[in-house]
Design a binder for this molecule. Sequence first.
Ligand SMILES: [Zn+2]
Length: 264
Amino acid sequence: MMGRSHAVSGWCAGLAVAPLIGLTSVAEMVPFAAATAGYALVPDLDHPGASASRLLGPVTRLVSGAVRTFSGVLYNLTKGPRDEDSTGKHRHATHTLAAAIGLGILAASLGDRGKWAVLAVAVTGLLLAADALGDWIIFVALGGAAWSVTGTALPGTTAADAVQAGLSEIGGWIGMAVGLGMFVHCLGDSLTRSGCPWLWPLPIRGETWYELRLPRLFRFSTNSWVERLLIVPALTVAAVLLLPGALPAVEHLFDATSIWIAGR
Ligand SMILES: [Zn+2]
């Protein structure tokens, strides 16, 4: 899947899951969804041309190289008797449920270690999301975070207190955003022809890196017309309709339009 499709599907998953973890207002949901959108791009750090690998120039290129080497080694150490002859670099270690859960837990544990680590993880997610979807997401996410913190602040709170409160709020959900984003990426790649071995290390038909994918009829190639003209527009519509209040507003608009047409 293309970076943009991954980011939009991450945003949609973020909005869908937010109420399940207690984030119910738009102001709380939007920063979470922006983070899941960003982390839905992270698995492709194992591809040198991906936006995650190019984000911070030489720094992320170096990380990408390390991730690719690690993935290749892990592939060779754990591959089953019927796994393909592959370098095991792209679409392997980072494209697993194990990686999503592992990094999610790691990010969740940062909350106890320091607020600045939480901030760094959140900012990384936001930069990745902005790279794929546009800078508007930074303003929307920061606006939402500021709104939800000031909305609950007691009278007399200083700006420093508000930042602390914001960071501890983000610390409460950042692990979920990292894990969910990365897992949604795997699901997205499972829709494409190459599939995604996200159930590693579960052995399936002699493969520990068994590529899960849709039946042949439903698969599409990355950046094909199916992805550009069907998947991306459908995800974009869902991205708006999943916002709280959007669906009732659309229904209301339909009702108003049908009354207007009937009246003519
Ligand atoms: Zn991928």
